[in-house]
Design a protein around this ligand. Structure first.
Ligand SMILES: Nc1ncnc2c1ncn2[C@@H]1O[C@H](COP(=O)(O)OP(=O)(O)OP(=O)(O)O)[C@@H](O)[C@H]1O
Ligand SMILES: [Mg+2]
Length: 435
């Protein structure tokens, strides 16, 4: 299901185009809602993509509002100036009127693929659990904007995957995504990697080399393990973010760079700040949007899906044996473990099991012995407040799902007022990306 919002005073005519027979999508895959530009109270929750008519006054404000929530495809009578303005304001695409079914077909096809790439996740990031649905909502929000993002989470939770997804979905996706692993590289090397150097700047600098920040101009730079860099280096990073310019080592002039910064850490930066090991000003510059990825033991619902995914991913390596799946017993053992190394650990366990397997299904004996020795679930009893919230959220999501995300219908099912439901959707951060 792809929920399409059409914002135009001619929404009705546009409907007809979508509904025409040659359209590539089945009617049940699309939910359309038209909205006049003059009507300011658009309910934005629940849409995957918007089509915005630029031939009406006030479209700029509307575009800025919509693009925070979803990709916005704009259209107008042929007008290059307006098209450029729309793209600068963050439109995902521009189409010329008269609109044709083919043009819609093409653009929706592209986004449908992006949005529905995986039924249970966000591109290659899988997760059906509530906490992951929240993460997907935040990725979507971060991708639509330009703010810096700080991704936090234990080792192996998928921080790098999330950073890549944000870039891939952002207007910068055509430009580069460059990663710098701050923990792996000593300070001096970090500096030449990031800023580059001029020929002769130091022994061995036989020719001028551009740094990552320059190479990523127009794109995104991912500072992995930002919690590990020295205070001196933090000052340099802060300067880049504040001034938007760099100087190559041995250089004499500043070079403007336009980069979006995404940083990740498995450290608690608040503790690091209280010890004076991490600069507060840098923290606030980075933490404009915070995406916290919960550990795998906090979202055990995701385990079976991930297990199947990793089996598919790694099974191809066994040329001699067609690995088809996993026995229930083995799956039970996997869902009962607490994964200190998170998703990466689970992936390693599956990869190893596949290499050991002697039958088309993974058996308990293919799993590491420490899993077999300790099959008792370390079940955490949730705080009562959390348990109530989770149940409330799940109930609301299933009512919304059954009502095709029609808020009024869902409210009726739940026996509450529409306004109450809207408030809960907002408070509980329910995002309708995949349903
Ligand atoms: N939700 C997920 N769905 C599918 N694969 C995942 C998911 N989360 C993590 N992975 C996989 O787990 C591995 C670890 O992910 P990633 O490198 O992004 O984690 P990380 O948080 O950056 O870890 P570290 O802190 O150790 O660098 C990768 O192989 C990634 O593809
Ligand atoms: Mg990482």
């Amino acid at each position: 299901m792809l929920n399409v919002l059409i914002v135009s005073d001619e929404a009705k005519e546009i409907y007809t185009l979508f509904k025409s027979n040659s359209f590539d999508l089945h009617a049940e895959d699309l939910k359309l809602k038209g909205n006049s530009l003059r009507n300011n109270s658009t309910e934005l929750n629940g849409y995957d993509i918007a089509f915005l008519d630029l031939d009406t006054e006030g479209w700029q404000t509307r575009l800025l509002e919509l693009r925070q929530q979803m990709p916005v495809v704009t259209f107008s009578k042929p007008d290059t100036k307006r098209a450029v303005e729309a793209m600068k304001l963050g439109a995902a695409d521009y189409l010329e009127k008269p609109l044709t079914t083919d043009a819609f077909n093409d653009v929706i096809g592209r986004y449908k693929k992006k949005i529905l790439e995986h039924k249970y996740g966000f591109g290659e990031i899988l997760g059906t659990s509530m906490p992951m649905q929240e993460v997907f909502g935040l990725i979507k929000k971060a991708a639509a904007g330009e703010s810096n993002v700080l991704i936090t989470g234990e080792s192996g939770t998928g921080k790098e995957l999330v950073a890549r997804a944000i870039h891939r979905w952002s207007p910068r996706s055509e430009k580069s995504f460059m990663t710098i692993n701050c923990s792996a590289i000593p300070d001096t090397l970090l500096e030449s990697e990031l800023f580059g150097f001029e020929k002769g700047a130091f022994t061995g600098a036989i020719q001028t080399k551009k740094g990552i920040l320059e190479l990523a101009d127009g794109g995104t730079v991912f500072f992995d393990e930002i919690g590990d860099v020295s205070p001196l280096f933090q000052t340099k990073v802060l300067r880049v973010i504040q001034e938007g310019e760099i100087m190559r080592i041995g250089g004499t002039h500043h070079i403007k760079v336009d980069v979006r910064v995404i940083a990740a850490t498995n450290k608690d930066l608040k503790i690091a700040m209280s010890k004076g090991a991490f600069r507060e000003d840098l923290f606030y510059r980075l933490n404009v949007i915070n995406i916290h990825i919960p550990s795998l033991r906090e979202r055990e619902d995701d385990i079976p899906l991930l297990v199947k995914h990793f089996i598919e991913k790694h099974a191809a390596k066994r040329k001699d044996l067609l690995i088809k799946g996993i026995t229930n017993d083995a799956m039970n053992i996997l869902t009962n473990y607490s994964y200190p190394g998170n998703v990466r650990e689970l992936e390693n366990i599956i990869e190893r099991a596949i290499s050991l397997a002697n039958s088309p299904e993974i058996l308990p004996s293919d799993l590491p012995s420490f899993l077999l020795a300790n099959p008792q679930k370390r079940k955490m009893i949730p705080k009562l407040k959390d348990a109530i919230l989770t149940t409330e959220k799940e109930t609301i999501v299933s009512a919304l799902h059954e009502s095709n995300w029609n808020i009024s219908h869902a409210a009726l099912k739940l026996g509450i007022y529409r306004q109450q439901l809207q408030k809960k959707i907002k408070d509980l951060k329910i995002t309708p990306l995949f349903h």
